[in-house]
Design a protein around this ligand. Structure first.
Ligand code: FES
Length: 120
């Protein structure tokens, strides 16, 4: 099994931070129009820093595993840092993604960007 497959399988079977926050400060949702898969990201923010995060969604293993991994990457970061975050960071943490599955892997990044747009 490749490192990429191991990361996907781990997060798919044992998703981190899955669920909903009682009172999120920022919410972003993205749907892949090609398949209908969706990722919703909820953030709790204190003094400009992410203090809690959850994801919810339905979809393929890659999109949901990427969402789980992304929650680990955003926790503790400032909103300013997240606005600068590049797709490559998530793709690299996933261990590389084949081009045909890029849209799946980046669905959570689009949800994050939508959530950040709702912040001041
Ligand atoms: Fe729909 Fe992956 S097949 S996001």
């Amino acid at each position: 099994m490749s490192p990429y497959e191991e990361v996907i399988l781990d997060h798919w079977k044992n998703p981190r931070n899955k669920g909903r926050l009682a009172d999120p400060d920022l919410v972003g949702m993205e749907v892949n129009p090609l398949c209908g898969d969706a990722v919703r990201l909820e953030l709790k923010v204190k003094e400009g820093r992410v203090t809690d995060v959850r994801f919810a969604g339905e979809g393929c293993a890659i999109s949901q595993a990427a969402a789980s991994l992304l929650t680990e990457l955003v926790l503790g970061r400032t909103l300013a840092e997240l606005r600068e975050m590049k797709d490559e960071e998530l793709l690299s943490a996933l261990g590389g993604v084949i081009p045909t599955r890029l849209r799946c892997a980046l669905l959570p990044m689009q949800a994050l960007r939508k959530a950040l747009k709702t912040s001041a």
